[in-house]
Design a protein around this ligand. Sequence first.
Ligand SMILES: [Zn+2]
Length: 254
Amino acid sequence: LRISTRAPTKTMSFGWHRSETLGALASVLSIWVVTGALVYLAAARIISNDYEIEARAMLATSAGAVGVNLVMAHILHQTPAGCGVGGAERLGGSRDPRDLPTQPGSASVRAAFVHVVGDLLQSLGVLAAATIIYAKPQYKIADPISTLFFSVFVLGSTITILKDVLRVLMEGAPRGLEFDAVKATLLGVSGVQGTHDLHLWALTLGQPVVSAHVAIDASADPDSVLREATAQLWARFGVTCCTLQVERYQEEMG
Ligand SMILES: [Zn+2]
């Protein structure tokens, strides 16, 4: 996690935030490998009718799932740091979110956080069950069967993390940041006639990014449009990082 807070450089102008996303991907995949191995062993034990206690490995897997969920919750719980913290030059149109008075109504961060907390509770339940099996080896007959059940739960709670992680890596719109809602917000700013080249993605799970062209009518003041649009994106969606290109509206733009 430390590496993800490294200051942006000229080659890594977004900073190193994605390292935590890559880390999450690696942890989920390694949990899956271990889980797969446990399922294979459990199946083999059921078939050969030869029971040996694997509670320790089960404990380790579920603890791993709890760990991944904790890390994700921690990432999402941090206040979004804004783009280019302490580093790379700001592009015109960006504004320091710390100047903005309101707390972020970040739907995307909250949605992701609630989700991760749900997964965390689920994997804690699995961990508790694994601990009971580990502490009471006399239930070992139940062990291979419960290993299968646990694996399903572990997969269930990590697959959503994997989906979110892949969404970030594939530059998809973050959960809770609806394209149409963002577009409506931009169009709702007074003086705005149209918007195009609207892109939504995320630096990490907790840091949504918006870029768009905003076409304004001749009488509108570009600076105040920019200010209001930036403030609204922050207040409604918690977008700390937006790059808006303000341009004069022309008929053929649509
Ligand atoms: Zn344009």
